[in-house]
Design a protein around this ligand. Structure first.
Ligand code: FAD
Length: 362
């Protein structure tokens, strides 16, 4: 939706195809990501969606005591944000939304002839992708519990798992547990119960919901993945369709928005300054670097996680994925991209020419 909005504002005729999202997923957004989204959408669109504000994060990751990160977070139900954006976009660009139509599961085909197709179908976009490991996350439906109006998210690592909990208002908690192997062993629940320290949200949860580990969950692969399909104007992937990030970085949404901005810069540049081929090469290079940087962070985190031994295989997979990326991550000179089409009626001060490395300058 962010790519659609930016393109429409640059003077492109945009058609949005696909169903209104319905599946519920709770994520947390940093203040920086909230700001980025609100700036682009020209309103407080994040808090117009279903959300709860949190004051901080408590992290027990390595051998040190819990660290309190006093950075506000917003717990957000992501499909409600997508629906809010779609509604605003439809209002502002009447006729640009082909409701109910669904892009093909295989190759995106626009309803009418189009110069660019932005593929934002998420991690299920069905294009080949390479995963950097086998780790997975077990995600609970919001759990009803009186947690005493906690206003912080909690992240901590134990033997063979790390977990992330955050409140949704005063009566519900979200719980997510990551493990290195696709199979969750039967002894894991006992370990987690024993690990829960006195004042943690996890301890409250374990105490008040004894059947916690019998509740329904979904299991999602969380090792970062990167598309392996050539980037083309007829299918320019953004967000999770382009790359999925390990949720431990907590910024999948922010990265998705940044890739959308870059895709728009590619389309605008191809319209006015550089060949489509050069603009796409630039996109490939920038996004490959962003993915390489994420892998580097992951390697650091999983190497210094409490009780790092169970994660050794994952650290090895991350290292292998980094090696594969570096061969295709060469700098081939400078490309000038524009963020907005200067011919689209904007005043000159709104035209932003960006030289590589544009992400670093932004
Ligand atoms: C367990 C877990 C926890 C996470 N926690 C966080 C977090 O705390 N913070 C954070 O920032 N990120 C988090 N992320 C990552 C974040 O959820 C994603 O990066 C983000 O949702 C990607 O947005 P997207 O729009 O690219 O994809 P999605 O949100 O998956 O949206 C894709 C959309 O495409 C639609 N679609 C699919 N197929 C078709 C089709 N054929 N035709 C038309 N439409 C289609 C879908 O209905 C959906 O609405 C987490 C991820 C996981 C797995």
């Amino acid at each position: 939706m962010t790519a659609a909005r930016l393109l429409a504002h640059s003077g492109w005729e945009v058609e949005v195809a696909g169903p209104v999202p319905t599946s519920t997923r709770w994520v947390t957004l940093s203040a920086r990501t909230v700001q980025l989204i609100n700036d682009i959408w020209d309103s407080d669109i994040v808090t117009a969606a279903t959300h709860y504000r949190l004051a901080s994060r408590r992290v027990i990751w390595d051998t040190d005591a819990a660290a309190e990160v006093l950075e506000p977070l917003v717990a957000l139900e992501s499909s409600s944000l997508a629906a809010t954006m779609l509604e605003k976009f439809s209002r502002e660009h009447l006729g640009s939304v082909s409701s109910g139509s669904t892009l093909s599961a295989q190759e995106p085909t626009p309803a009418r002839s189009a110069q660019f197709v932005i593929d934002a179908r998420g991690r299920n976009s069905n294009f080949p992708r390479r995963y950097s490991g086998r780790r997975q996350m077990r995600v609970w439906e919001p759990i009803s519990i009186d947690h005493g109006a906690a206003e912080f998210a909690e992240m901590h690592a134990g033997i063979g798992y790390w977990c992330f909990l955050f409140p949704l208002g005063s009566k519900q908690l979200c719980l997510q547990i990551a493990t290195p192997e696709p199979e969750i062993s039967g002894t894991l629940s006992e370990k987690i119960k024993n690990d829960a320290s006195d004042h943690s949200l996890l301890a409250k949860l374990v105490e008040k919901v004894p059947d916690l580990f019998d509740l329904a969950t979904s299991v999602i692969p969380i090792a970062p993945s990167f598309h392996t399909q050539p980037i083309r104007a007829s299918r320019l992937p953004v967000g999770d369709a382009l790359m999925t990030l390990d949720p431990l970085c907590g910024d999948g949404v922010g990265h998705g928005v940044k890739s959308a901005i870059l895709a728009v810069a590619v389309a605008n540049s191809a319209a006015v300054t550089v060949s489509t081929e050069d603009a796409l090469k630039h996109f490939e290079l920038r996004t490959t670097r962003a993915f390489a940087s994420h892998l580097k962070h992951c390697r650091g985190y999983y190497s210094k996680i409490r009780h790092a031994a169970p994660w050794e295989g994952e650290v090895e997979s991350i290292a292998q994925a980094m090696e594969k990326l570096t061969t295709s991550n060469r700098d081939e000179g400078s490309t000038l991209l524009v963020l907005e089409d200067p011919d689209a009626g904007h005043s000159a001060k709104n035209v932003c020419h960006v030289k590589r490395p544009y992400l670093k300058q932004a």
